[in-house]
Design a protein around this ligand. Structure first.
Ligand code: ZN
Length: 292
């Protein structure tokens, strides 16, 4: 299991699953065969499966242990969820709780759950199925949702029929009904080591999470980028971006800010080890995986 020290803070990565998952031009519409050709040599085999051509995507959480709190960031797809339109999350039985256990954690140990945004693959383990009911997985946690993100999705859920994709009902409402949710500003500060920052585009209330201790700094960037290809091609936004143009601007600003610094960047879907540094390369950037 990957583990990092950021000064006095420890971070671990807890994987739900990782595999060659999606054709490049399905996730990133601009990643056509022609546009991809020049990137092939550095993408394969680590970031793109050479046989199937699919991009390799990870679904993981990060656990942050500050001297005061245990914080879980992004809760993947979850188990037992009915997702007939999204088969990669449909009726799964992942050993996620066991993987948390391998990180030395019981579900009762988590003080805060943070979702970088409220997409289906970031809220799944907010709840689990017990005796036919969805109950909060982390009974002692405060679930922090960015106010702006919640307001957007609450309106969406009301305006659209989510009958075949009920993730609002099974993964978000139960924690609100249990009184465990706190709606916070996008720049909320959790403690001396962890704070949020707005990073809109992928979704309107998307947040990044900064971890700072002494001279060390890490940032969990959620879905600000889905794949290292977007460091090289920062203007390629994903098919899931609510505002693809703003997403590209936010991504460029982020890459510019952290390029060639020691900041550890921890996106939500990059494959093992799931973290690294941004480095300048030609006119854009590349992702230098930690421990390479
Ligand atoms: Zn995602």
């Amino acid at each position: 299991m990957e583990r990092w020290k950021i000064g006095d803070v420890e971070i671990q990565r807890v994987v739900e699953f990782q595999c060659p998952l999606v054709p490049p031009d399905v996730l990133l519409p601009q990643a056509t065969k022609t546009n991809l050709e020049k990137h092939r040599n550095w993408l394969e085999p680590r970031l793109r499966d050479p046989i199937s051509g699919l991009l390799i995507i990870s679904f993981h959480s990060f656990v942050i242990r500050t001297p005061r709190h245990v914080i879980l960031v992004d809760t993947c797809g979850g188990n037992d969820k009915t997702r007939p339109q999204k088969l990669r999350y449909h009726l799964k039985n992942w050993p996620y709780i066991e993987n948390l256990g391998a990180a030395g954690l019981k579900t009762s140990d988590i003080d805060f759950v943070l979702c970088t945004h409220l997409h289906v693959d970031h809220v799944g383990w907010n709840t689990r199925l017990v005796d036919g009911r969805w109950v909060p997985t982390f009974p002692n946690a405060k679930y922090l949702f960015a106010k702006k993100e919640w307001e957007f999705w609450e309106a969406e859920y009301k305006s659209v029929q989510f009958t075949d994709d009920p993730y609002y009902e099974d993964s978000i409402l139960p924690v609100i009904d249990a009184g465990l949710t706190e709606f916070v500003e996008g720049d909320h500060v959790i403690d001396d080591w962890v704070r949020l920052e707005p990073s809109p585009g992928h979704t309107p209330g998307h947040i990044c999470i900064h971890i700072s201790s002494g001279q060390s700094h890490a940032v969990m960037s959620g879905d600000l980028m889905h794949h290292p290809l977007q460091c090289a091609e920062p203007d390629w936004s994903s098919c899931f971006c609510v505002d693809p143009s703003l997403s590209a601007t936010t991504r460029r600003n982020f890459l510019e800010s952290y390029a060639d610094t020691s900041t550890l960047v921890m996106p939500a879907h990059f494959p093992t080890p799931g973290a690294g540094q941004i480095i300048s390369f030609d006119d854009t950037w590349r992702f230098n995986f930690d421990n390479d």
